[in-house]
Write a new protein. Structure first.
Length: 99
């Protein structure tokens, strides 16, 4: 729970495996195993999922431009964000922009 809260509170930051293991008070290998057992996915995949879900919600429910949403979910490059978002949802961010 501590780790999930930490990830959620820091979506715009790069959370390293070492940092998350410290938050969980486990070794890196213990953390990787426990995280996968608890969530069914690696911490990296979980972080991407949460970033993409947060980005989709921001695009659909706010008037924020894509480049600001990208920054809010941890992407310094709008093009990198657009590529990841398009890969994740099979549609570009512009399809989710609130109207």
């Amino acid at each position: 729970t501590r780790v999930l809260t930490h990830i959620e509170s820091n979506l715009a930051m790069m959370c390293s495996l070492e940092e998350l293991a410290v938050v969980a008070r486990l070794s890196k290998s213990q953390f990787k195993t426990e995280f996968k057992n608890q969530t069914g996915q690696s911490s990296g995949k979980y972080l991407i999922m949460r970033r993409m879900e947060k980005a989709r919600a921001l695009l659909a429910n706010t008037a924020l431009p894509v480049h600001i949403v990208a920054k809010k979910v941890g992407y310094t490059s709008q093009s990198a964000f657009t590529r990841r978002f398009s890969w994740y949802f099979d549609e570009p961010p512009s399809c989710f922009v609130s109207r």
